[in-house]
Design a protein around this ligand. Structure first.
Ligand code: ADP
Ligand code: MG
Length: 247
């Protein structure tokens, strides 16, 4: 593909608005948030009532498989409905929004990174990063520029025209991070984003999340990896659906 911009030096990318302080970003909190799932004759308490104000910065959530980490993340995103309590972003409770309004709210305020990058296989790296901006109605020229900046931020400007299957796992995950940051979300949710990566590549993805967190964003990172968790600003652990503060 052709690019009208010279390759951006890293220092310039580091000065991009994505990395500048944004003091008025809406915060995230939960109030007696819980979730039970029906199971056979009974119920599984996947998340016990949890009240917490997430501080800006990077919060790591650790816990064994089946402890309720994804349940928590899905509730925080409004993908799932709580059994009790609520999730509040700024001064908006997700449960008060219709499904359509919640989807729109999510589009404006949230970014997501999953264990598997979830890139659209028929779209190039550049088009994948543009995708949320297209949904948000940004004009083509503007979103192309923005996507290029984001790809430079994650060090992949040279891969803009590649399809996901032409990227390494780590590159694809960095594109996914660029996509998650494209619309400057206040809240970034990541479920095992480094789980499929070697440790060096994982470090690089973690570095991007840390950078996003350093600017007043609320970044929540689910991880199995204690070494990864140790680099977060705040720590939660989950065991049998009970979330506890570790710091
Ligand atoms: P983790 O992400 O920590 O591995 P999950 O949040 O996925 O754990 O699951 C927590 C518990 O809730 C597990 O016992 C799981 O089996 C159960 N669970 C998760 N999702 C569902 C569902 N949709 N229906 C029934 N049970 C579920
Ligand atoms: Mg999970």
């Amino acid at each position: 593909m052709t690019t009208t911009h010279p390759t951006q030096p890293t220092a310039q990318a580091a000065n991009h608005p994505t990395n500048q302080a944004a003091p008025t970003l809406p915060g995230l909190r939960t109030e007696t948030l819980s979730r039970t799932y029906p199971s056979g004759d009974g119920q599984v308490l996947a998340l016990a009532p949890f009240t917490h104000t997430f501080p800006p910065g990077l919060t790591a959530v650790v816990g064994p498989s089946g402890s309720g980490k994804s349940t928590l993340l899905n509730l925080l995103a409004g993908f799932d409905e709580p059994t009790t309590g609520r999730v509040v972003v700024g001064d908006t409770a997700l449960t008060t929004l219709s499904e359509a309004d919640r989807a729109d709210f999510r589009l404006r305020h949230y970014g997501f990174v999953f264990q598997n990058h979830n890139l659209v296989s028929i779209l190039s790296a550049q088009e994948n990063v543009e995708f949320p901006l297209t949904l948000a109605g940004m004009p083509a020229r503007q979103r192309q520029d923005r996507a290029r900046e984001l790809l430079a931020l994650v060090g992949l400007e040279a891969r803009a025209g590649h399809l996901p299957n032409q990227l390494s796992g780590g590159e694809a995950q960095r594109v996914a991070v660029a996509r998650a940051l494209a619309h400057d979300p206040a809240i970034l949710l990541a479920d095992e984003p480094t789980g499929n990566l070697d440790s060096r590549t994982g470090e690089r993805v973690l570095g991007l999340l840390q950078r996003a967190a350093a600017t007043g964003r609320t970044v929540i990172l689910i991880t199995h990896d204690r070494d990864v968790a140790a680099q977060a600003d705040h720590h939660l652990s989950v065991k049998d659906g009970v979330v506890s503060l570790e710091d």
